[in-house]
Design a protein. Structure first.
Length: 85
């Protein structure tokens, strides 16, 4: 996962995400995003797929949006804190 190479909503790797894995990503996003005001207490894994895309019950965004947002937050924090890979 990289902020410079976002995941496309139809990426085949996303088809294998379980509801539990999405829930864990949501918890991570809440933790990472709290400092920036990204709280979304009502977000939860969606049961439905839209054209093969896993959804998150947060206005039904694709799971890729959740993953890409996490990548952006991590990249920003690394840059801000001066951590180099």
């Amino acid at each position: 996962m990289s902020a410079h190479h976002p995941i496309h909503p139809a990426d085949p790797a996303l088809f294998h995400l379980t509801g539990r894995e999405i829930a864990e990503l949501i918890v991570e996003l809440r933790t990472e995003g709290r400092e920036f005001g990204l709280l979304w207490p009502s977000a939860e894994p969606g049961e439905a797929n839209l054209h093969g895309r896993r959804l998150v019950n947060l206005g039904n965004i694709p799971a890729s949006t959740l993953i890409n947002l996490l990548a952006l937050l991590r990249e920003y924090k690394r840059t801000r804190d001066g951590v180099r890979e």
